[in-house]
Design a protein around this ligand. Structure first.
Ligand SMILES: [Zn+2]
Length: 199
């Protein structure tokens, strides 16, 4: 992702927020639908080895920081799930080949059920909830609420980031077929927004 110009990356903010893009030229302006699911990947530094136990990274701290700064705070605010995936040692990779993962069909059935749950509760998916709707249908239980408030203060979340974590927690609760997001669902949602706050 940071291989793109910062200006290009910033243009993603509009479709990620509004689900549409507005193209303006001198004489006319048109809106195009652009609701999308953005899936993006990046390296931790220009060479890709930062943090690897082999010590192979030759980037300066300043070079690595400049690379990460390509992604602005407002852009990251709009990306719901941000996770770090460390490289697996070869032995672990080989071991995984012998223990098959859960089949995609089983996961798809669970996703379908969670989606149906959202549509029957509120007539739209969690992603489409407005701020006010979110307050109404995503409110966690008391323990979850405390956890969320503390994390928001500790990590300095914007209001936008806060609401997005709340929606992710609601979705995790939907996947678990739970009526209300509980502390465990909120904690999982918080974990998905830790990468850029820990560095
Ligand atoms: Zn490096």
């Amino acid at each position: 992702m940071p291989e793109f110009d910062r200006h290009v990356l910033e243009t993603l903010r509009e479709p990620l927020e509004a689900g549409a893009i507005t193209i303006s030229r001198a004489a006319w302006q048109t809106d195009f639908p652009a609701a999308c699911q953005l899936v993006a990947a990046m390296n931790p530094c220009p060479c890709g080895w930062r943090g690897d136990p082999s010590g192979r990274c030759r980037c300066t701290p300043e070079g690595a920081a400049r690379y990460l700064r390509k992604l602005s705070g407002p852009l990251l605010d709009r990306i719901d799930i941000q996770i770090e995936i460390p490289a697996l040692p070869p032995a672990e990779l080989a071991a995984r080949a012998h223990s098959p993962a859960e089949p995609s069909a089983a996961i798809a059935a669970r996703v379908h059920a969670a989606r149906e749950r959202q549509l029957s509760r509120q007539g739209k998916t969690n992603r489409e909830l407005s701020g006010r709707d979110t307050d109404e249908v995503c409110r966690p239980d008391a323990a979850g609420e405390t956890l969320l408030r503390e994390a928001g203060e500790r990590f300095g979340w914007s209001a936008r980031a806060y609401y997005r974590v709340l929606k992710v927690a609601r979705t995790i609760a939907d996947l678990a077929d739970a009526d209300m997001p509980a502390a465990a669902h909120v904690a999982e949602a918080i974990q998905y927004r830790r990468v850029f706050t820990d560095h």
